[in-house]
Every structure is written in C-alpha cells, then in structure tokens.
Design a protein around this ligand. Structure first.
Ligand code: GLC
Length: 663
C-alpha cells in the first residue's frame, strides 16, 4: 500500500509514474516536523535500513549520515556522504517493514543513527517535497510496490550483457583495432569497446577527431562485422568555440544555462571552457538529444553520458579569487595554516557550491536556480538522449547509461558507479552496492571492473571479474596513466579466458532474470535477508547476494585469500567453476562453511529446487544457441525454470518471450 504526503509545492521531478491521492493522516510511528522539513522514525535495536542506491558503506545503511547531492566524486572512501546519484529511498526491516521515498529535486540528508544511534532523521534541505510511504508484508513486496510507483526499469540490448573493454587513453583507430585483435588472438570474448573523450576533436561533443580517427565509419562497420560494438562517451559540457556547430546553435537558440545577468554560464571541464545545455528545458532536451544522430547515423548503437552532475572543474570567478588570495600571500613567510588555506582554495575550485548557485534553468517559462534542481541534471540528460532515440529510432535498441542519476532516470538508461579505484575494498563496495541500486530501479548497472583509478594487481583483476561475470554491465574500465588492464595483458590468460567464457554461458540466465526483474519490478540482486526473512543470521551477511531466483553468490574479495567463509541459509549445491568442462559440484548443508577457492576457481551456489540454464561456449552473445543450453540443479526433479529469452513489441507494448526448462 502506498500513501502520499505533500509538503508545499515542489519542483516536478517526474520520478513517479503513478497518480496517488494525497493523504493527510500520517501513521503514528512517523513524525514529521513540517517547519524543519524533518521526518523522524525511532529505530528499534533490531531494525535494518536498506536503500539509498549508489552510496558508500554497507548494504545496511544504519550507522552513518548520507546526503543526496549528485557529486563528481572521484574518491569513494567511506566518509563520503554523496556519490553521483540522488536515490532518496529507504526500506526499513524490523517489527514493521516499510519504505520511504522522498520525491524532490532538492538535497536530502539521511541521518540513519549517526547523530542519535536510535533515530532515523530525514531532512529536506530546501523547498517542497512529496513523501511516499510504502507499507507491505515483506521487503520484496515493498520494493516491488515502490518500483511500480517509479515505473519500469530500462532494458538494455542483449549484446550489452557481453564483456566490454574500455580505457581512457585509446587514442586512435589503431588503438581500437589493436584491442579487438588482441582479444581475438587470445580467444577471449569481447562484445564492445568504449570510446572515451579522445575520439572527439578537442573533446567537443558530437565531433570526431579525423586525424586520429580518419575512417570512423569504416572502423565502426569493421568492428560490427566482428560482432564488436563501439560505445562513445558524451559529456555534458559543450565547448565554447567559434564555428563549432553545437556551440553556435545552442547559443543562438538559447539552449544553455544562464547566469543571473542573462549571460551564458561558463565553467571548465575536459574541453576547457564550456556552456551547459539546459536539460530542464524541453526544447533544449529535444535539441541535444537529436545530436546523437551524428554518431547513430555512423553505425553507433550505444552511449555513456558523463560529467553530468554536472562536474565543474573551475570558473573564471573561482580562478580569479584563487589568484587574488595567492597574491595576498606572495612574498610572505608562509606558515602551515596559510599553505593549507592556499591548497584548500585550489581544491575548492572544482565543483564549488557557489558556482552551482550561480546559474539558472528555464523550467515551464520560469528561471530556476541550478541548486534547486541540481540532482535532476544528469537524469534529464539521460532523458534527453532516450526521448530522442525513441522518437527518431523507435525500432532500434540503443544502449545508454549515465554517471549522474536521480530516481526516474532508471526508466531511460542504466548507470555505472563512476571513478572507483583498483582496491580490494572497492570490489567489496561493488558487491554491496548492487542490491541497493536494484531497489532504486537501476538494473543495468555495474562498477568499473578492475577499478578506474590506481594500478591493478593481477590477483585483484581475477577476483573482480569472478564477481563481474554476474553484473549486467560487465565493463573493464581504467583511467589514463594507470596500469593497463585489458585481460590479455596478464600472465594467467587461461584463467581470465575461462572466466569470460563463464560469463557468456551465464548470459541466458542473467538476461532472463534481468527481464523478469524489469517486467515484474523485482530485484536481480537481493540481500539474503530479503529471501530468508525468518533467518536472523542472514541480516548479518553483507558479502553474499542472491542473483535471480536460483543463485547465491559468495565472491572472494580479499588479497591472498584462497577460500572464504560462506553462510548458507539452506542446503545448496556449490559450483566450483574452473572452466566450462571442469565444474566441481558439491552439496553443502545449511550453516557456516569454509569453502576453498583457488585463484582460478569461481564459486557460486544453486538453491534447492531451482535450476540454472547455462549457455554454450561463445565469444559473442550472437553465438549463444538455445539448442546447446544445459540445465543444472539439485533436488530439482520437479523444478521448472522459465527462461525469458527476449521480448516482442506489440502496439508499443513489450511482451516477454518465455521457454520452460527442466532437468
Ligand atoms: C570521468 C569518467 C571516466 C572517464 C573520464 C574521462 O572521470 O568518470 O569514466 O574515463 O572522465 O572521460
């Protein structure tokens, strides 16, 4: 059951798709202090608080304070209160289960037992908001109701479930061809190569650097012939450059954000000084979305939208103030405080709060300060692209995911979790974030596999792909200047290859469970406590996940570990995967176990009376052949697995295609 409460007029977010009448009667367990915009719940000792999507720390969010403020945050350490997404939803599990969604474009703080260990305090910083209270029996049910409220999740094309290679630093056609041929020579599957900012001319959106990519269309079609998709990046900022069509057009038509004085707002990002499309303005959205055709018409069928918090590296004003401050210190005998003050000033040049308050959007004919709608910016950029795809290419499946997001954008595209590092702790963070993201509707999602920043070790790469094989977005991406981490570069190529082959054989199941999650508003990744609510120990387990209806995952995420402790809430079949022809199967009873897992062994579990449909060996999704699928399971003589292997579109409605499998 969903109840809606409204507090003043709020800026429309389009996060929800259902019209729910406003209630006035708040249940006695929630206190709302209207003037302060506080929502308070007294947590019982045993209460668990799930949710918040893309956030640091555990699956159970209790014990810290978080804030929804889309941030270009390149250091995902545990003190951080905001990452790139604004996912204002919590699910409380306790004597009473319920969900709370704060629908607002404004920043919201979630103090979940940080200030007072037993108090959950939600504070809306500014403006009006709608509060949705979702009550139900089980958490599964509550999440499903909430997901129904916010609308069906985006369904990515099947090829996007293949393995994908990316790196900031592929500078030319030659680099791209080289990556493709190295994967081919190593007999390693590969479905897509990403084009980071270097494919563009001076980092200008919707351009191609014709010096380094002289035959772009030929490259796209040569790759397509090999079954490899090229996926270019699109950044939010549009370079200010005379004669550059996108810039000129945007200026002429008034599609960029403005300052109070009516000037176009300017800030520096990768291309240098930029203007920022006003995605809140429908006309600007249609205009920017239509620009993707420049690449689609060259054969491109996938994009990643970046820097759309938006990231602002500097403004002229900030730089000026910095130099003025530096000048006051010139010639002085500096003490440490002054040096630190100088350093802080330098650091605050980027993503400065004051800059976010200094520009405006056009919304339904009114000018609105950016800080009021900051959390919607990336969402509306994703929306701009998707609305254009739907309009201009209604029959094409185009991959789209974004860095910044806000609930609502899950209907238009996926997200990746941004600039993580090649750290073991970030592998664990990747594991813990998956169910939280699913709760918010983000199904096509994943981390930069191997880590974006810092240098990867081979062992971490192996363990990371052993988890990555289960995440819908399975993309190896890394930053310029870090150790190169294409899988063919490592010594244990056989191990890497076997893991990639496992991915392809998991795709029938993964895609099927993905479709079920999208059509039925369920989660692909679930914490154990969702499926075994009566088993108190499950509430403690944060390093195991359920994947779809049949699998339990227990990835190894520690350096030098050659096994791990696993808690099984019921008897299960352990698959110790070494290769497609070498899979050891052992049944374990309910309880605690130490399961050995050598570096080359990927372990996962099948639940009793459930089945796993495994695909044939393949290097591309198109090589998966249903007649060659196998079924594994245990204590499953009666079990039937419904494989959702695609969908048909009739009268604009999507209907899944299903096929039943038994042992
Ligand atoms: C941002 C993105 C990263 C990308 C880089 C260069 O940091 O998060 O994925 O590689 O910009 O475009």
């Amino acid at each position: 059951m969903i109840q809606k409460y409204s507090f003043e007029n709020s800026i429309p977010t389009d996060s929800v798709v259902m019209d729910i009448p406003v209630s006035t009667k708040m249940p006695e367990y929630l206190t709302v202090v209207k003037e302060e915009k506080h929502i308070i719940y007294h947590m019982k000792r045993q209460d668990i608080v799930y949710g918040l999507g893309e956030a640091t720390r555990g699956i159970n969010k209790r014990g810290y304070i978080y804030s929804s403020n889309c941030s270009d945050e390149c250091s995902h350490t545990e003190e951080k209160q905001s990452l790139y997404g604004a996912h204002n939803v919590l699910f409380v599990k306790g004597k009473r289960n319920f969900g709370l969604f704060v629908d607002t474009s404004q920043r919201v703080t979630f103090d979940i037992g940080y200030t007072d260990m037993d108090q959950l305090l939600i504070r809306v910083e500014n403006g009006g908001f709608d509060l949705y209270l979702v009550e139900g029996e089980s958490l599964d049910e509550i999440v499903a109701e909430f997901r129904g409220l916010i609308g069906q999740s985006y369904i990515a094309p099947k090829w996007a479930f293949g393995y994908q290679q990316s790196r900031w630093g592929y500078k030319s056609e030659e680099d791209i061809r080289n990556v493709a041929s190295q994967y081919e020579q190593a007999d390693m599957p590969l479905e897509a190569i990403y084009l980071d900012i270097d494919y563009m001319e001076r980092y200008k959106d919707f351009t191609i650097n014709t010096e380094t990519f002289p035959q772009f269309e030929q490259l796209v079609s040569d790759m397509k012939e090999k079954g490899i998709h090229l996926v270019p990046i699109i950044d939010a900022g549009v370079k200010i450059e005379k004669g550059y069509e996108v810039y000129e057009e945007g200026v002429e038509k008034g599609y960029f954000c403005k300052t109070e004085d009516g000037e176009y707002f300017t800030a520096g990002v990768w291309p240098g000084k930029c203007h920022f499309p006003d995605f809140m303005d429908k006309d600007a959205r249609i205009w920017f979305g239509s620009k993707y055709s420049f690449l689609i018409d060259k054969g491109i069928d996938g994009f990643w939208n970046d820097m759309n918090e938006p990231a602002l590296f500097y403004t002229d004003k900030g730089v000026k103030e910095f130099f003025e401050f530096a000048d006051t210190l010139r010639g002085e005998n500096l003490d440490i405080d002054k040096v630190f003050a100088l350093r802080d000033k330098m650091e605050h040049l980027s993503n400065n709060e004051e800059d976010y308050r200094s520009f405006y959007h056009k919304l339904n004919g009114k000018m609105i300060c950016h800080d009021q709608v900051h959390n919607l910016y990336g969402y509306f950029m994703t929306r701009a692209a998707r609305e254009a795809f739907d309009l201009l290419y209604p029959d094409r499946e185009i991959l789209l995911f974004s860095r910044a997001s806000c609930i609502g954008s899950h209907r238009y595209g996926g997200i990746w979790t941004g600039d993580n590092c090649s750290w073991w702790s970030h592998l664990l963070l990747n594991i813990k974030m998956m169910p939280s993201l699913n709760m918010c509707g983000y199904l096509y999602t994943g981390a930069d596999i191997g880590g974006f920043g810092c240098n990867i070790s081979e062992e971490l790469m192996i363990r990371w792909i052993q988890f990555g094989v289960f995440t819908p977005l399975f993309r190896n991406h890394s930053a310029l200047g870090t150790r190169e981490q294409e899988l063919y570069r490592f010594k244990n190529q056989d191990v890497m290859r076997n893991i990639l082959k496992l991915r392809y054989s998991l795709i029938p199941y993964l895609y099927s469970e993905y479709l079920k999650a999208a059509f039925q508003n369920t989660m692909l990744f679930r914490p154990l406590a969702f499926a075994y609510p009566e088993d108190a120990h499950c509430e403690q387990v944060e390093d195991e996940l359920l994947l779809g209806e049949s699998l339990l995952l227990a990835p190894v995420y520690e350096q030098n570990a050659r096994g791990r402790y696993v808690y099984l809430p019921e008897k299960m079949l352990c698959i110790k995967y070494r290769s497609l022809t070498d899979m050891e199967q052992t049944v374990y009873e309910k309880g605690h176990h130490y399961i050995k897992a050598g570096l080359e062994e990927c372990i996962f579990f099948i639940r009793p009376n459930r089945l796993l449909v495994l695909g044939n060996e393949a290097n591309r999704t198109t090589e998966l052949k249903e007649e060659a699928y196998q079924v594994i399971g245990f204590e499953a003589e009666e079990a039937v697995y419904e494989l959702w292997n695609g969908y048909v579109v009739k009268n604009g409605l999507r209907k899944p295609k299903k096929k039943c499998y038994t042992l």
